[in-house]
Design a protein around this ligand. Structure first.
Ligand code: SF4
Ligand code: SF3
Length: 552
């Protein structure tokens, strides 16, 4: 069986994964994901029109976002879970359809009738039948039909929606929702079922997706800070302590909080991993004495790191890799994450995780102490803004570099380490997301008490970075593009796509992007990005840095 997926940076040969995903996604799962995306576009037609007539169904909203998020890279690899999703999708299609028809009748209107080339909602009990249908709606088919320019831009929009859905889902878990984001997603997916838009409209929709993602990140910021307080500068231990242990990876703060509650009094140390590192800076999470620090680095090292972690492992969101047999019995998934034959936690009952931690040996001794400093999200960073502005005016800080984004396994990502290390000592680095593990354990020193490395947090804390940039622009009475600020970004999955669209929506120019440019964007589409936004690929560290510093 074949597949075609080009949604992430690690796509095979920089073109597309066709036999098996480089991420570990098998062709069955890929095909079912394609069918699920097709299904939610169909459902969105009804949901969008029903909303226009004043009828909204919360379960359709939540399902749309969960379905999108589950197809994000490195989230769910379990074909059975996707079959279940499709069964649920079929019943939600009926619900959305009847919602629309009832609303139409109420207004004295005749509801529109829609057709689908593929009747995805029938034969749901047979995996083979679903796979047959999925193959008809794959991305390669779309490219053949629409050409690489339009197909690629349509996918850019869908990937932006996937990324934003991750943030919308996290915010909803903490009780923050806004119908405007669901409305945008339904409207946009519904539009994608119609006669293809031209390139200009597709670009505009992509930028609008970036605007919606800004709203999603803002909601999540408010949800996180509302529940756990504002991150504060914090020294985090990065070496293990003696004792039984659990490591929590992913992005879900609520899962971590519940686990910390459930492990109280059980003598189990809890460590963050990957994108959970910033949790150590939230007052509402760091108050738990047993949250003892961070273990390991970014997602792509997990098969080595989890192998040597002597406790239980919880994967709350992306990025999961194929578990090794050595730890398969002590790794657990939660939320939308899934891997066949790995125990999935439901209803945040972490008893199996706790039991696995108690059964595992744990660390036998304390490793020598080592700490890193984190916690410079918007509140903490803006608290030191007056001092930073003063240092800029005195010429002690020459330039800011936002070096952040996703990490990944492909070669070429040491560019970001080299770049950070080679920066002149009068430059400050802002960072966020898992790409920071390329350099966040290095000592960059400080400038008059301001650390040269300011860690804003997770990928969604791009919202914080935007707020910091806007505040600096206001202080210097200029636009963000006129600030002494350069953006050097790394991408891997679709949350990075959503964030990139947000930055473009804000009109931010001259972004350096790498390690490679998205395979799903055709040359023509990339040319437009270069022309309109002066985006350029990362190249030679020394040359790129000289260009950004404006020195010859
Ligand atoms: Fe390949 Fe990336 Fe798609 Fe996985 S998500 S199949 S690595 S393009
Ligand atoms: Fe990393 Fe997966 Fe993107 Fe949250 S954990 S940034 S890659």
């Amino acid at each position: 069986m074949n597949m075609f997926c080009y949604q992430c940076e690690q796509t095979a040969k920089g073109i597309g994964c066709t036999a098996f995903g480089n991420c570990g996604k098998d062709p069955q799962t890929a095909t079912l994901q394609d069918l699920l995306i097709y299904a939610i576009k169909d459902i969105s037609r009804y949901a969008h029109r029903a909303r226009q007539l004043g009828s909204i169904d919360k379960s359709v909203n939540v399902f749309t976002v969960e379905a999108l998020f589950s197809t994000l890279t490195n989230v769910n690899f379990d074909p059975v879970r996707f079959q279940t999703f499709l069964i649920e999708a079929a019943s939600l299609r009926e619900r959305a359809k009847s919602l629309y028809e009832t609303a139409s009748k109420r207004k004295g209107q005749t509801p529109e009738q829609f057709t689908c080339d593929v009747q995805w909602w029938t034969g749901l009990g047979s995996l083979d039948a679903l796979l047959e249908k999925g193959l008809l709606v794959g991305i390669q088919e779309k490219i053949n039909k629409l050409g690489p320019d339009v197909a690629g831009l349509q996918e850019l929009i869908v990937y932006g929606l996937k990324g934003a859905s991750a943030y919308i889902d996290h915010a909803a878990i903490l009780g923050k929702e806004d119908d405007a984001v669901y409305a945008f997603i339904h409207k946009t997916l519904a539009r994608l079922t119609q006669k293809p838009a031209d390139v200009g409209e597709l670009f505009q929709t992509a930028l609008d997706t970036g605007a919606m993602n800004l709203k999603a990140m803002e909601m999540l910021d408010f949800a996180n800070t509302g529940a756990y307080g504002h991150p504060e500068p914090t020294q985090v231990r990065i070496t293990p302590l003696k004792g039984k242990c659990i490591v929590v990876s992913g992005h879900d703060l609520k899962d971590l909080e519940e686990l910390l509650k459930q492990t109280q009094g059980k003598n189990i140390n809890v460590y963050t991993h990957g994108e959970m590192l910033p949790c150590n800076a939230y007052p509402g999470l760091k108050k738990y004495r047993r949250l003892v620090g961070n273990f390991g680095g970014a997602w792509q090292d997990q098969r080595i790191e989890f192998d040597r972690f002597p406790g239980a492992i919880l994967m709350t969101t992306n990025c999961l890799q194929k578990p090794k047999d050595t730890y398969k019995s002590r790794i657990f998934t939660s939320g939308l994450v899934g891997w066949p034959d790995v125990t999935h936690i439901t209803n945040r009952d972490f008893t199996p995780v706790i039991n696995a931690a108690l059964a595992a040996p744990g660390f036998t001794e304390d490793e020598p102490e080592k700490f890193i400093t984190i916690g410079f999200a918007r509140n903490a960073a803006l608290a030191v803004a007056p001092k930073i502005i003063d240092l800029v005016k005195k010429g002690k800080i020459r330039r800011f570099f936002l070096i952040g984004g996703c990490d990944g396994a492909k070669p070429g990502r040491n560019y970001y380490t080299d770049f950070a290390q080679k920066l002149p000592r009068d430059c400050v680095i802002l960072t966020l997301a898992c790409g920071k593990y390329r350099f966040n354990k290095l000592d960059f020193g400080s400038i008059d008490g301001i650390p040269r490395l300011l860690d804003c947090g997770q990928c969604n804390d791009a919202y914080s970075a935007v707020q910091i940039a806007l505040a600096l622009a206001q202080a210097f009475n200029c636009g963000v593009n006129d600030l002494p600020l350069s953006l050097v970004l790394s991408w891997y999955e679709q949350k990075a796509v959503a964030i990139l669209l947000t930055l473009l929506h804000l009109g931010i120019k001259n972004i350096k992007l790498g390690p490679t440019l998205p395979a799903f964007l055709s040359k023509n589409a990339l040319d437009v990005l270069v022309e309109k936004f002066s985006i350029s690929p990362v190249g030679d560290v020394d040359k790129d840095m000289k260009d950004m510093l404006g020195v010859s």
